[in-house]
Design a protein. Structure first.
Length: 114
C-alpha cells in the first residue's frame, strides 16, 4: 500500500508506529507543505492520501478540490485528518472518504489491509 501525507507539523509515520500500526507493508511518504501538490500526488500515485487542513501554502480542502477537478488519478482512499472536526467535515463535503482527528489516524481499519 502506498500512503502519501500532506501534514506540516506532525510526523505521521511516527504517529502510526507509536499507535501500533505495522508499516512493513506500507510505502510511506510525507510532505511538510503543499507546494506542487498535484505533481507530487501524480508522481507517487498513492492508494491512500492523508490531508491536513491547515497546511501552507494550500489548505487541505483546496488540495482536495484541485485534485478532484484535475486529471490526476484519484487515490482509492482520501482521509481528511485535521485536528479540527469542522475542517474534516468540509473535506468530507467535497469528496474525502474519511474524516478523523489526526491523532486517531492509527485507529483506522485501512492499516490492516495489505
Amino acid at each position: 500500500m502506498k500512503v502519501l501525507a500532506f501534514e506540516d507539523s506532525v510526523d505521521i509515520e511516527a504517529l502510526l508506529i507509536s499507535g501500533g500500526v505495522d508499516i512493513s507493508h506500507i510505502q510511506f511518504k510525507q510532505y511538510w507543505d503543499s507546494v506542487n501538490h498535484l505533481q507530487r500526488i501524480s508522481e507517487f500515485a498513492p492508494d491512500v492520501l492523508l490531508l491536513d487542513h491547515y497546511m501552507p501554502p494550500t489548505k487541505g480542502l483546496d488540495v482536495l478540490k484541485n485534485l478532484l477537478k484535475s486529471n490526476v488519478l484519484r487515490p482509492k482512499t482520501i482521509v481528511a485528518m485535521s485536528s479540527a472536526s469542522m475542517a474534516n467535515n468540509a473535506m468530507l463535503g467535497v469528496g474525502a472518504d474519511i474524516g478523523i482527528v489526526k491523532f486517531n489516524i492509527p485507529k483506522l481499519d485501512l492499516w490492516n489491509q495489505s
